[in-house]
Each structure stands twice: as C-alpha cells, then as structure tokens.
Design a protein around this ligand. Structure first.
Ligand code: NAP
Length: 304
C-alpha cells in the first residue's frame, strides 16, 4: 500500500474539543445521571437546577453550572430537560422563547402523549426543535447496556444528535408524532407493573410453602424469557388481524388452569385480586362464545 495516498476520512474521537456541547436542565436523580453520562462521554456539559446545590458534584466532574435557565439555554444548541413534569418545564422555559429559537430541546420529563403533543406545538410556535423522550431505565442504568431511550418528534434532530444521545442509552426512533414516546412509556410501564405484580403473587404463593423467591426466580425468568416471550410474539399477529385461533391453548383450557391458581392462592390466604381479575376477563370472553379462541382474544374484552 502506498504511503502517499490520501488518508481515508475517519470519524474524530469524542474528545472535549470535538464532542457536541449539551445543556442539562433539571438535576434530580435522573438529570444528574444524564449529565454524568454526557460528562463520561466527553461532552462539554452545562447544567442548571432550581436548587443550585445539586449542580456541585457535577461541577467537580467538569460540568459548568449555569446561574439561570437563560444562561443554560444560551450555552448549547442541544438542550436536554428532565424535571418533575411538563408544567415545571414550561415554568422553567417561559420568558426564554427568543433564546430557544433555533435550538433543539430533548424533553426526557415523563408525561402523557397529549402533553407531549401540546408541548411540541408550543415549541414549533417559537421555532424550537422538539424531541420528546422516554427513559426506560432507572438512574443507575443510564449509559449502561440495558438503557433504552424512546424518542418521537423531530426526526431530523434525532438523526443530528443521535451520537450525543447514545451516551445515555440506545436511542429508539418512534417517528414524527411527539406523543408516541409517551404512549409507549405508559404502555411499557403498565406491562412492567403487571409482570412485577404477577411475579410477586407467584413469589407469595411459593413462599407460603417455604420456597424462597431466590430459588423460584431463575425458573420464572426462564419461563418469561423463553415461552412467554414466544406467546407474545405469536399473539401480536392475532391482535393485529383480529383472528384468534386457539390451536395452541384455548381460553377454556386456560380457565381450567386458572381455577388451580385461584384455589392454591385462596388456600394459602393470599390476596387473589390479580388472578380473580384475569379469570373474570376470561369468563367474559367465554360467555360471549369465544372459549375455543386463544388468550389473545382478551384484547377485545379489554377494549380493542
Ligand atoms: P427527582 O429526583 O424528584 O427530581 C425532580 C427534578 O424536578 C428536580 O431537579 C427538581 O428540582 C425539578 N423540579 C420539580 N419541580 C420543579 C419546578 N417547578 N421548577 C423547576 N424544577 C422543578 O425526580 P427524577 O427521578 O429525577 O425524575 C425526573 C423525571 O424523570 C420525572 O418526569 C420522572 O418521571 C422521569 N423518570 C424518572 C425515572 C427514575 O427512575 N427516577 C425513570 C424514567 C423517567 P429541585 O431539585 O429544585 O427540587
């Protein structure tokens, strides 16, 4: 190979000179973790919090504390916000509309899809690029291998800042409707709470007979990660097509097995509200004549 040929273009390493500057507004548990991940990735990071003392540990790590929201906004083209709720963020940004124009706001504050769409309209009205986001991990996981962040809204902004946002976790693009990240967030949290409460009921059941949760849980995780994940993947097509062939296990069969769970829980004095709710939904589907259908039929009981 010739030593005189033109060098190939290479991506510059993320150093303090080349990494994109970013401002983090809100330094609660989550905002602190976000700012910390940007610092770790070498981004010049400006931080602001209502209670200024929370900026101090980040300043020790090299962040630049801003005295006011206006100063924080002026410091970077990319603004990442994570405060309690959308009302608090509007309070923080109100009065800085002119300075916000032409910048990009990534709002990682939790909110409803409706709030996100309203915020996006407000941002568009002042010429602020707006990306709504949902963080699907707790603060210690930020920047780690299990961190997934959902984004929807200004897709060009996501493409432009993807490398910077990747410092927080894997960025998932959910399209141009700013409300979709919040919609997925609510849906996924509901899924998590149902799964956690199902596992806790199971742990209480086996625990009543002296089985430690630590012994039961590896078997439970294997069941969830293998068989149950497979059921969900298969049933997605049934939900989308509205056809629910019960060729793997019918609702009649599920209902008979549920009777064993209800009996076992009752015999051990457990709060059986969760399996009773599930049995009631199955009973409604069976009463409507769908006993031969698969479990996915319940989506129509719930509200399709
Ligand atoms: P947190 O520790 O309670 O922090 C709340 C932050 O909001 C603080 O910076 C607080 O400022 C600020 N704040 C509250 N009201 C304000 C107002 N009126 N004006 C200005 N700032 C205000 O909560 P967090 O855990 O960081 O959560 C922040 C957001 O991230 C929430 O929307 C939450 O749902 C979301 N989130 C959290 C997690 C998690 O696991 N923690 C996961 C996903 C999403 P002060 O310090 O001055 O009080």
């Amino acid at each position: 190979m010739s030593h005189t040929s033109a060098p190939e273009a290479v991506e510059p390493a993320e150093t303090a000179e080349t990494a994109e500057p970013v401002t983090v507004l809100g330094l609660g548990a989550m905002g602190t973790a976000l700012a910390g991940a940007f610092l770790t990735a070498g981004h010049p990071t400006t931080v602001w919090n209502r209670s200024a003392a929370k900026a101090e540990p980040l300043a020790v790590r090299g962040a630049v504390p801003a005295a006011t929201p206006g100063e924080a906004v002026a410091a970077s083209a990319l603004l990442v916000a994570c405060v309690l709720d959308y009302a608090a963020l509007r309070e923080v940004l109100t009065g800085h509309e002119a300075a916000l124009a032409g910048r990009t706001l990534v709002n990682l504050t939790s909110g409803s899809p409706e709030q996100a769409r309203e915020f996006a309209e407000w941002a568009a009205g002042i010429g602020l690029g707006y990306l709504d986001g949902a963080i699907m991990i707790t603060p210690p996981g930020i920047g780690g291998p299990d961190a997934m962040l959902l984004y929807s809204g200004d897709r060009a902004a996501l493409a432009r800042h993807r490398g910077t946002l990747a410092a927080l976790g894997d960025p998932v693009d959910l399209g141009p409707d700013a409300g979709v990240a919040g919609l997925y967030d609510a849906a996924l949290l509901g899924l998590m709470w149902s799964a956690l409460s199902g596992w806790l009921h199971a742990a209480a059941l086996v625990g009543a007979d002296g089985v430690p949760a630590a012994d039961f849980t590896p078997v439970a995780n294997r069941w969830l990660a293998g068989a149950v994940t497979g059921f969900v993947s298969r049933y997605a097509a049934q939900v989308d097509t509205g056809r629910y062939p019960g060729d793997d296990a019918s609702l009649d069969v599920h209902r008979a097995a549920m009777a064993h769970l209800l009996h076992a829980g009752h015999a051990r004095g457990l709060d059986n509200a969760l399996p009773e709710l599930l049995a009631a939904q199955v009973d409604r589907a069976i009463a409507a004549g769908h006993g031969a259908d698969s479990y996915a039929r319940l989506v129509e009981v719930i509200g399709k």
